[in-house]
Ligand binder design. Structure first.
Ligand SMILES: [Mn+2]
Length: 288
């Protein structure tokens, strides 16, 4: 028998700690969960004692995986659990430890209420972050700790997946083709172009400051071009020029005029272009 103990009304830190253990500690994959009042330890039942269970207690109880013994703001239960898993070699290699480190860093901030110092901290967009959703669900699902926990597990699976792609995108962008070009208005723009299957690249590139991002899918040959929707750059001429240059391919100009698509996983009827990435870059450069 393997048990993970945490506190009732589990918050993001407690949920992330349990998620880490279940996902990365091979012995605790199917562990049962027990909830105690915050601060407490779990008392085994007589029946459980007979089974000599292995117990890990997180974010409560004052043990190795709790952080409430001191006011240390550099620790939370999730950072302790991650360190514990790494020390025991259950998490090896930067492809796992880097995304997890970035996840627990956010959990750490939130666990110490540092979201108060985020930019525009009262903006409604923050109601969409996991911690706030959990707080909302705790109000709706009273005395259903396990349900809240399971919701959090699914959400963290999604976050973990997403942050892995984000990190890959950052690595790919650092190796991508970077071109400076001038708009007809004379304003300089930064263009990023690369071949990748990772669609996250376009969004991350724009957030990094590239006004135009071009991605070609190396498997299918599909192309996607995006400009930031600030009204300064549009892709009308790029679209016309590409249609002219490769008449066989299916080109689509989004109603926003900020996206040109050639092929999509949502529309297998579309025909990929035979143009190479640098040919597309050349078309973009002279048509924005
Ligand atoms: Mn905590």
């Amino acid at each position: 028998l393997h048990l993970i103990v945490t506190h009732t009304s589990p918050d993001l830190d407690a949920i992330t700690s349990v998620w880490l253990l279940k996902k990365f500690h091979p012995k605790f994959t199917d562990a049962e969960i027990r909830f105690v009042s915050a601060g407490n330890n779990y008392e085994l039942t007589e029946n459980e004692k007979l089974k000599k269970p292995e117990v890990l207690t997180v974010d409560t109880g004052g043990g190795e995986l709790d952080h409430h013994q001191t006011g240390d703001k550099t620790k939370c239960a999730s950072t302790l659990v991650l360190n514990f898993l790494e020390k025991n070699n259950y998490i090896v290699g930067s492809e796992h430890s880097q995304p997890l480190q970035r996840i627990v860093n956010i959990v750490l901030e939130i666990d110490h209420f540092k979201e108060i110092f985020w930019e525009k901290p009262n903006d409604d967009r923050y109601v969409f972050i996991l911690e706030e959703i959990i707080k909302g669900l705790q109000l709706l699902w009273q005395n259903q700790d396990e349900r809240v926990l399971n919701f959090g597990f699914d959400a963290l699976d999604g976050i973990y997946q997403k942050i892995q792609f984000k990190i890959k995108a950052e690595e790919e962008i650092s190796k991508g083709m970077k071109i400076k070009s001038k708009l007809s208005s004379g304003e300089e723009v930064d263009i990023l172009a690369l071949e990748t299957i990772n669609d996250e690249v376009l969004k991350v590139a724009q957030k990094q400051g590239f006004q135009i991002a071009i991605r070609k899918d190396p498997r299918k040959g599909y192309v996607r071009i995006k400009t930031i929707p600030n009204g300064k750059v549009d892709l009308i001429k790029v679209y016309e020029a590409l249609k002219e240059k490769d008449k066989e391919a299916t080109w689509f100009l989004h109603a926003s005029k900020c996206i040109v698509l050639n092929g999509s996983t949502k529309n297998p009827e579309m025909k990929p272009t035979t143009l190479g990435l640098s040919e597309i870059v050349d078309v973009v450069k002279v048509n924005v």
